[in-house]
Write a protein of this length. Structure first.
Length: 96
C-alpha cells in the first residue's frame, strides 16, 4: 500500500524586552498540536536576536516532539502495542 501525506508546520517567533517566544503549530489534516518555547537574554550577555530565535524555536520543536510522541504512545496502546499493554511487551519486544 502506497500512502502520501502532507503535514503542515508553522513557526511563529516574537521578541519583547529580551524574551523570545516561539509557537510551532503542526496540522496533520486530522489533528493539530502546538509546541511552545521561550528564551531569555541574560542582561549581562550581548543581545543577539538570532540566538534567542534559535533557542526558543528549538524548545518549541522539543515541546511539539514530546506531544507527538505522547499521541503515538496512546495510539500504540490502543492497538495493544503500547507500554501499558498486557498483550505484548512495549513496542513489540518479548516479555522477559
Amino acid at each position: 500500500m502506497t500512502r502520501a501525506l502532507e503535514w503542515k508546520v508553522r513557526m511563529y517567533l516574537s521578541e519583547e524586552d529580551g524574551t523570545t517566544r516561539a509557537r510551532m503549530e503542526l496540522d496533520t489534516g486530522t489533528s493539530k498540536l502546538t509546541g511552545r518555547g521561550t528564551a531569555r537574554c541574560n542582561p549581562q550577555d550581548v543581545d543577539v536576536p538570532e540566538i534567542g530565535d534559535e533557542l526558543a524555536a528549538s524548545r518549541a520543536m522539543t515541546d511539539l516532539a514530546r506531544q507527538l510522541m505522547r499521541v503515538a504512545d496512546q495510539d500504540l496502546e490502543a492497538v495493544g502495542a503500547g507500554p501499558e499493554s498486557t498483550v505484548a511487551a512495549p513496542y513489540g519486544w518479548p516479555l522477559a
